[in-house]
Design a protein around this ligand. Structure first.
Ligand code: PLP
Length: 451
């Protein structure tokens, strides 16, 4: 797109027509042109799910260069939770961009970074003293959370879980469970990372207590609490398949960590900011993490991430030991303050619950009608269906892929996930109107029926 094209493209945000509109096949001719340029200019390792050239987004739609308007059930992987180009975010970004784009917070501090830290210290679970450091990506937040926990405890080992996803940098690849596509061929991986079983009720049949006992026994035997700096876990696993642990699993794990001086890190990069029908998913399970990592939904689409934790833990790193050139960029901070205002004052926690009620009831009906759906699970606006071979719990990745492909061809952005690739996840922007959500789910239902 040339600059003139951008200036004449439809303005994004909630005022875009909230409709599914297909005027060409997906991808249309102009999208195909971009995808050909992409294939020539961008490495194959950087994939894409929806074969379009996006030119505008907002409310519950993404509009492409050919004039197609797709229903967005993915929010750019839980990023545009407040909606793409939310007017408050746009205004804050424009104002800050005109003021200054960068000073480097480690050189000349500015107020918005501190205000974001104060907001996160206030909003995250627990009323203990907290501090927050800002970074650019989820992976960078996770890396720093581990650094901080190691420094604080003087220990090195870190435990992550089956089906975990924590990012694509070297340390976070080590923490991530799935080899293809995230790790295969990219080793050697960072050391002192150990893996424990996750509570996955649909597949292991264990209650929370049994699952926690199994994990803790393995940790004690194979790592030893005395060597363990941190346990890191997603309260509801994202990429791994929207796996909701059995009740009690997380609380028991957190209690064991506390009793053994192990830092309990909740990776809420995907679950954070109203996504699950609570401001943070930890609240749903009654846990108060020592450290919480956030990113994705934090800033209405701008790159920002945070590590928020107990003040004594956060303060244990030496001056200059934490930071980064761009961490807490002022435009991203301005966007985050606007997004946090929206989360708190536009009823988004309630909106996520209402979307969740629609998702679980519609998908529940679908599961009743189709033996290919083994389970519908999730919380709030983070709900998934897991496809199985009928009559078994054997994963059926082909079914999930076929449904997602058919949905996209019909103008609905649907994302797959899961260790076995057999899960379709629904994580729409919370700005999606009900009629589009229903229409999108209708398209999914047709695709399931056509399997
Ligand atoms: C996406 C994700 C990450 C990595 O975030 P990036 O911004 O892609 O580096 C880490 N943890 C969880 C739980 C995620 O969903």
């Amino acid at each position: 797109m040339s600059v003139t094209d951008i200036l004449t493209a439809p303005v994004g945000g909630p005022s875009l027509p909230q409709e599914r509109r297909l005027v060409t096949a997906i991808p249309g001719p102009r999208s195909q042109e971009l995808l050909a340029r992409k294939a020539a200019a961008v490495p194959a390792g950087v994939g894409h799910t929806v074969p379009i050239e996006a030119v505008a987004a907002g409310g519950g739609v993404v509009v492409d260069v050919d004039g197609n308007s797709l229903i967005d059930l993915g929010a750019g992987i839980a990023v545009t939770t407040v909606g793409a180009s939310h007017p408050k975010v746009v205004a804050a970004v424009q104002a800050q961009a005109a003021q200054f784009t960068h000073t480097c917070f480690m050189i000349s501090p500015y107020e918005s970074y501190v205000a974001v830290a104060e907001a996160l210290n206030r909003l995250t679970p627990g009323d203990h003293a907290k501090k927050t450091a800002l970074f650019n990506s989820g992976a960078e937040a996770v890396e720093n959370a581990v650094k901080i926990a190691r420094k604080y405890t003087g220990r090195q080992a870190v435990v992550a879980f089956d089906h975990a996803y924590h990012g694509r940098t070297n340390l976070t690849m080590a923490l991530t469970a799935k080899s293809m596509p995230y790790k295969s061929g990219f080793g050697p991986f960072a050391g002192e990372v150990y893996r424990a079983p996750m509570s996955y009720p649909f597949r292991d049949g264990l209650d929370g207590h049994e699952a926690a006992k199994r994990s803790i026994a393995l940790i004690e035997k194979q790592v030893g609490a005395a060597n363990l700096a941190a346990v890191i876990i997603e309260p509801i696993q994202g990429e791994g398949g929207f796996i909701v642990p059995a009740d009690g699993f997380l609380a028991e794990l957190a209690r064991w960590c506390r009793e053994n001086g192990v830092v309990f890190i909740a990776d809420e990069v995907q679950t954070g900011f109203a996504r699950t029908g609570a401001m943070f998913a930890s609240e749903l399970f009654g846990i108060v993490p020592d450290i919480i990592t956030t990113a994705k939904g934090i800033a209405g689409g701008l790159p920002l991430s945070a590590v928020t934790g107990r003040a004594d833990i956060m303060d244990s790193s030496q001056g200059g030991g934490l930071g980064g050139t761009y961490g807490g960029n002022p435009i991203a901070c301005a966007a985050a303050l606007a997004a946090i205002d929206v989360f708190e004052n536009e009823g988004l926690v309630q909106r996520a619950q209402d979307i969740g009620a629609i998702l679980t009831s519609r998908l529940g009906e679908l599961a009743k009608a189709s033996p290919r759906i083994g389970e519908v699970r999730g919380r709030g606006a983070m709900v998934a269906v897991e496809f199985v071979v009928p009559g078994t719990i054997d994963p059926d990745g082909g079914a999930a892929a076929a449904v997602a492909k058919a949905a996209i061809a019909a103008g609905v952005i649907a994302l797959t996930c899961g260790t076995y690739g057999n899960v379709i996840r629904f994580l729409p922007p919370l700005s999606i109107p009900d009629h589009l959500l229903h229409e999108g789910l209708g398209v999914i239902a047709d695709a399931v029926a056509a399997l």
